[in-house]
Design a protein. Structure first.
Length: 66
């Protein structure tokens, strides 16, 4: 049973998240040839201020790019 976990910063609308779930599901089904019912896709959202790269949080990067 394939299990795909996606980690994203908070802020996307529910329709976008649903589209992502469907697209990943379809890609797994088509590439691995497994039954739809066997596929699990999970999205974990995190707060941008709790994730950093190079010592700068995602929230800070977003603020700098505005």
């Amino acid at each position: 049973m394939p299990f795909v976990e996606i980690k994203l910063a908070e802020g996307r609308d529910p329709e976008m998240l649903r589209a992502c779930l469907a697209a990943v599901h379809d890609a797994v089904r088509d590439s691995l040839g497994v039954d739809d019912q066997a596929i699990r896709v999970h999205i974990t959202e995190f707060k941008p201020e709790l994730w950093s790269a190079g010592g700068v949080t995602m929230a800070e990067r977003r603020a700098q790019s505005l």
